[in-house]
Ligand binder design. Structure first.
Ligand code: UDP
Length: 237
Protein backbone atom coordinates (compact mmCIF):
# COMPACT_ATOMS: atom_id res chain seq x y z
CA UNK A 1 0.00 0.00 0.00
CA UNK A 2 1.32 3.40 -0.98
CA UNK A 3 -0.11 5.45 1.88
CA UNK A 4 -0.69 4.58 5.54
CA UNK A 5 -2.60 7.67 6.66
CA UNK A 6 -4.55 10.00 4.39
CA UNK A 7 -6.67 13.11 4.63
CA UNK A 8 -9.50 13.04 2.11
CA UNK A 9 -11.17 16.33 1.15
CA UNK A 10 -14.67 16.03 -0.30
CA UNK A 11 -16.41 19.11 -1.65
CA UNK A 12 -19.93 19.81 -0.47
CA UNK A 13 -20.96 20.26 -4.08
CA UNK A 14 -20.01 16.70 -4.97
CA UNK A 15 -22.43 15.41 -2.30
CA UNK A 16 -25.44 16.80 -4.14
CA UNK A 17 -24.89 14.46 -7.10
CA UNK A 18 -27.40 15.21 -9.88
CA UNK A 19 -29.83 16.98 -7.52
CA UNK A 20 -28.44 20.53 -7.61
CA UNK A 21 -28.92 21.01 -3.86
CA UNK A 22 -28.58 19.14 -0.58
CA UNK A 23 -27.33 15.61 -0.16
CA UNK A 24 -27.77 12.78 -2.67
CA UNK A 25 -28.08 9.48 -0.77
CA UNK A 26 -26.72 7.41 -3.67
CA UNK A 27 -23.60 9.56 -3.96
CA UNK A 28 -23.12 9.51 -0.19
CA UNK A 29 -23.45 5.71 -0.17
CA UNK A 30 -20.92 5.37 -3.00
CA UNK A 31 -18.43 7.52 -1.09
CA UNK A 32 -19.01 5.53 2.11
CA UNK A 33 -18.35 2.22 0.30
CA UNK A 34 -15.11 3.49 -1.19
CA UNK A 35 -13.95 4.82 2.18
CA UNK A 36 -14.76 1.57 4.00
CA UNK A 37 -12.82 -0.38 1.37
CA UNK A 38 -9.58 1.45 2.14
CA UNK A 39 -10.08 1.35 5.92
CA UNK A 40 -10.56 -2.42 5.58
CA UNK A 41 -7.26 -2.49 3.68
CA UNK A 42 -5.56 -0.90 6.71
CA UNK A 43 -5.44 2.78 5.75
CA UNK A 44 -6.04 5.39 8.47
CA UNK A 45 -8.57 7.85 7.08
CA UNK A 46 -9.28 11.45 8.09
CA UNK A 47 -11.92 13.40 6.18
CA UNK A 48 -12.78 17.07 5.72
CA UNK A 49 -16.03 17.91 3.89
CA UNK A 50 -17.07 21.24 2.42
CA UNK A 51 -20.47 22.86 2.75
CA UNK A 52 -21.00 24.42 -0.68
CA UNK A 53 -24.06 22.24 -1.37
CA UNK A 54 -25.84 24.03 1.47
CA UNK A 55 -24.30 27.43 2.15
CA UNK A 56 -21.22 29.48 1.27
CA UNK A 57 -20.25 32.58 3.23
CA UNK A 58 -19.21 34.53 0.15
CA UNK A 59 -22.50 34.02 -1.67
CA UNK A 60 -24.28 34.89 1.58
CA UNK A 61 -22.31 38.15 1.79
CA UNK A 62 -23.28 38.92 -1.82
CA UNK A 63 -26.94 38.64 -0.75
CA UNK A 64 -26.39 41.03 2.15
CA UNK A 65 -25.58 38.66 5.02
CA UNK A 66 -22.84 39.66 7.42
CA UNK A 67 -19.72 37.85 6.13
CA UNK A 68 -18.71 36.36 9.48
CA UNK A 69 -22.22 35.07 10.15
CA UNK A 70 -22.35 33.75 6.58
CA UNK A 71 -19.10 31.89 7.12
CA UNK A 72 -20.43 30.49 10.38
CA UNK A 73 -23.49 29.27 8.47
CA UNK A 74 -21.10 27.68 5.96
CA UNK A 75 -19.19 25.96 8.75
CA UNK A 76 -22.46 24.62 10.15
CA UNK A 77 -23.20 23.28 6.67
CA UNK A 78 -19.98 21.24 6.86
CA UNK A 79 -21.24 19.77 10.15
CA UNK A 80 -24.49 18.70 8.46
CA UNK A 81 -22.53 17.00 5.65
CA UNK A 82 -20.17 15.37 8.14
CA UNK A 83 -23.07 13.93 10.14
CA UNK A 84 -24.61 12.61 6.92
CA UNK A 85 -21.37 10.88 5.90
CA UNK A 86 -20.81 9.41 9.37
CA UNK A 87 -24.34 8.04 9.29
CA UNK A 88 -23.79 6.50 5.82
CA UNK A 89 -20.51 4.94 7.02
CA UNK A 90 -22.10 3.50 10.16
CA UNK A 91 -24.97 2.10 8.07
CA UNK A 92 -22.45 -0.14 6.28
CA UNK A 93 -20.62 -1.11 9.48
CA UNK A 94 -17.80 1.43 9.32
CA UNK A 95 -17.26 3.29 12.60
CA UNK A 96 -16.72 7.04 12.35
CA UNK A 97 -16.28 9.97 14.71
CA UNK A 98 -17.37 13.50 13.85
CA UNK A 99 -15.10 16.18 15.30
CA UNK A 100 -16.06 19.85 15.32
CA UNK A 101 -13.51 22.68 15.33
CA UNK A 102 -16.17 24.77 17.13
CA UNK A 103 -17.36 22.99 20.29
CA UNK A 104 -20.95 21.74 19.91
CA UNK A 105 -20.99 18.52 21.92
CA UNK A 106 -22.90 16.13 21.64
CA UNK A 107 -23.28 16.79 17.88
CA UNK A 108 -19.59 16.02 17.55
CA UNK A 109 -16.48 15.63 19.71
CA UNK A 110 -14.42 18.80 20.14
CA UNK A 111 -11.57 18.45 17.61
CA UNK A 112 -8.05 17.71 18.77
CA UNK A 113 -5.22 16.24 16.73
CA UNK A 114 -4.62 13.49 19.27
CA UNK A 115 -8.22 12.39 19.53
CA UNK A 116 -8.48 12.29 15.75
CA UNK A 117 -5.32 10.16 15.48
CA UNK A 118 -6.53 7.88 18.28
CA UNK A 119 -9.85 7.32 16.47
CA UNK A 120 -8.04 6.47 13.21
CA UNK A 121 -5.69 4.07 15.01
CA UNK A 122 -8.79 2.23 16.23
CA UNK A 123 -10.05 1.81 12.67
CA UNK A 124 -12.56 4.65 12.89
CA UNK A 125 -12.89 7.32 10.22
CA UNK A 126 -12.13 10.75 11.71
CA UNK A 127 -14.44 13.32 10.09
CA UNK A 128 -13.20 16.79 10.96
CA UNK A 129 -15.94 19.38 10.45
CA UNK A 130 -16.18 23.22 10.56
CA UNK A 131 -13.12 23.63 8.31
CA UNK A 132 -10.53 25.62 10.26
CA UNK A 133 -13.20 26.87 12.69
CA UNK A 134 -12.55 30.48 11.61
CA UNK A 135 -14.31 32.72 9.09
CA UNK A 136 -12.58 33.89 5.88
CA UNK A 137 -11.14 30.42 5.28
CA UNK A 138 -12.28 27.58 3.05
CA UNK A 139 -12.51 23.86 3.67
CA UNK A 140 -9.59 23.45 1.23
CA UNK A 141 -7.51 25.36 3.76
CA UNK A 142 -9.18 23.40 6.58
CA UNK A 143 -8.21 20.12 4.96
CA UNK A 144 -4.64 21.30 4.27
CA UNK A 145 -4.36 22.28 7.93
CA UNK A 146 -5.81 19.00 9.22
CA UNK A 147 -3.67 16.92 6.83
CA UNK A 148 -0.55 18.59 8.23
CA UNK A 149 -1.75 18.36 11.85
CA UNK A 150 -2.66 14.66 11.75
CA UNK A 151 0.62 13.93 9.91
CA UNK A 152 -1.10 12.43 6.89
CA UNK A 153 1.14 11.03 4.14
CA UNK A 154 -0.93 12.81 1.51
CA UNK A 155 -4.00 14.98 1.13
CA UNK A 156 -6.45 13.60 -1.42
CA UNK A 157 -8.70 16.02 -3.20
CA UNK A 158 -11.67 14.28 -4.75
CA UNK A 159 -13.01 16.37 -7.65
CA UNK A 160 -15.19 16.02 -10.75
CA UNK A 161 -12.15 15.88 -13.05
CA UNK A 162 -9.48 13.22 -12.96
CA UNK A 163 -6.50 15.44 -12.17
CA UNK A 164 -4.69 18.69 -12.90
CA UNK A 165 -4.73 19.83 -16.54
CA UNK A 166 -2.88 22.52 -18.54
CA UNK A 167 -6.28 24.25 -18.87
CA UNK A 168 -9.86 23.57 -17.72
CA UNK A 169 -10.70 20.26 -19.47
CA UNK A 170 -14.44 21.04 -19.21
CA UNK A 171 -13.84 24.14 -21.40
CA UNK A 172 -10.72 23.39 -23.46
CA UNK A 173 -10.63 20.03 -25.35
CA UNK A 174 -6.87 20.39 -26.01
CA UNK A 175 -6.08 20.49 -22.26
CA UNK A 176 -3.55 17.84 -21.19
CA UNK A 177 -3.36 16.10 -17.84
CA UNK A 178 -0.27 16.12 -15.62
CA UNK A 179 0.70 12.87 -13.87
CA UNK A 180 2.65 14.99 -11.42
CA UNK A 181 3.48 18.66 -11.03
CA UNK A 182 5.27 20.79 -8.41
CA UNK A 183 3.58 23.45 -6.27
CA UNK A 184 5.78 26.11 -7.87
CA UNK A 185 4.57 25.10 -11.32
CA UNK A 186 0.93 25.07 -10.21
CA UNK A 187 1.41 28.63 -8.92
CA UNK A 188 3.47 29.93 -11.89
CA UNK A 189 1.01 28.46 -14.43
CA UNK A 190 -1.90 29.93 -12.46
CA UNK A 191 -3.62 26.51 -12.25
CA UNK A 192 -6.60 26.32 -9.93
CA UNK A 193 -5.99 23.24 -7.79
CA UNK A 194 -6.90 24.82 -4.45
CA UNK A 195 -7.12 28.38 -3.16
CA UNK A 196 -3.84 30.22 -2.51
CA UNK A 197 -3.95 29.90 1.29
CA UNK A 198 -4.37 26.13 1.11
CA UNK A 199 -1.69 25.80 -1.58
CA UNK A 200 0.79 27.91 0.42
CA UNK A 201 0.13 25.89 3.58
CA UNK A 202 0.75 22.57 1.80
CA UNK A 203 3.84 23.90 0.01
CA UNK A 204 5.40 25.33 3.19
CA UNK A 205 4.79 22.12 5.12
CA UNK A 206 5.74 19.81 2.25
CA UNK A 207 2.34 18.11 2.18
CA UNK A 208 1.71 16.44 -1.21
CA UNK A 209 -1.79 16.63 -2.71
CA UNK A 210 -3.32 14.02 -4.97
CA UNK A 211 -6.15 15.25 -7.22
CA UNK A 212 -8.45 12.58 -8.65
CA UNK A 213 -12.05 11.83 -9.59
CA UNK A 214 -13.76 10.33 -6.56
CA UNK A 215 -17.08 10.00 -8.42
CA UNK A 216 -15.77 6.99 -10.34
CA UNK A 217 -16.33 4.17 -7.88
CA UNK A 218 -13.18 2.24 -7.03
CA UNK A 219 -10.83 5.15 -7.80
CA UNK A 220 -10.01 5.75 -4.14
CA UNK A 221 -8.87 2.13 -3.70
CA UNK A 222 -6.89 2.26 -6.94
CA UNK A 223 -5.15 5.45 -5.89
CA UNK A 224 -4.17 3.91 -2.55
CA UNK A 225 -2.85 0.83 -4.37
CA UNK A 226 -0.55 3.12 -6.36
CA UNK A 227 -2.42 3.23 -9.67
CA UNK A 228 -2.20 6.42 -11.69
CA UNK A 229 -5.76 7.73 -11.53
CA UNK A 230 -5.03 11.43 -11.01
CA UNK A 231 -2.29 14.02 -10.51
CA UNK A 232 0.25 14.24 -7.70
CA UNK A 233 1.12 17.80 -6.69
CA UNK A 234 4.42 17.66 -4.82
CA UNK A 235 6.87 19.99 -3.13
CA UNK A 236 9.78 20.58 -5.55
CA UNK A 237 12.59 18.12 -5.03
N1 UDP B 1 -15.92 28.12 6.01
C1 UDP B 1 -15.30 28.99 6.90
N2 UDP B 1 -14.10 28.61 7.45
C2 UDP B 1 -13.47 27.44 7.14
C3 UDP B 1 -14.11 26.58 6.22
C4 UDP B 1 -15.33 26.94 5.67
O1 UDP B 1 -15.81 30.05 7.20
O2 UDP B 1 -12.39 27.18 7.67
C5 UDP B 1 -17.26 28.48 5.47
C6 UDP B 1 -17.19 29.39 4.25
O3 UDP B 1 -18.27 30.29 4.31
C7 UDP B 1 -17.39 28.43 3.09
C8 UDP B 1 -18.36 27.43 3.67
O4 UDP B 1 -17.94 27.32 5.04
O5 UDP B 1 -17.94 29.07 1.95
C9 UDP B 1 -18.37 26.08 3.01
O6 UDP B 1 -17.06 25.63 2.77
P1 UDP B 1 -16.45 25.53 1.29
O7 UDP B 1 -16.92 26.68 0.46
O8 UDP B 1 -14.99 25.35 1.41
O9 UDP B 1 -17.13 24.21 0.79
P2 UDP B 1 -16.95 23.42 -0.61
O10 UDP B 1 -16.71 24.45 -1.68
O11 UDP B 1 -15.77 22.50 -0.46
O12 UDP B 1 -18.23 22.68 -0.74
Amino acid sequence: MKYKRILLKLSGESLMGQQGYGIDKERLGAYARQIKEIVDAGVEVGIVIGGGNIFRGLSGAAKGFDRVKGDQMGMLATVINSLALSSALEAIGQAAVVFTAIPMFPIGEPYSKWHAIEAMRHGKVAIMSCGTGSPYFTTDTGSALRAIEIEADVMLKGTRVDGVYTADPEKDPTAEKFDEISYDEVISRGLKVMDLTATALCKENRMPIYVFNMDIEGNLGKMIAGENVGTLVHPAR
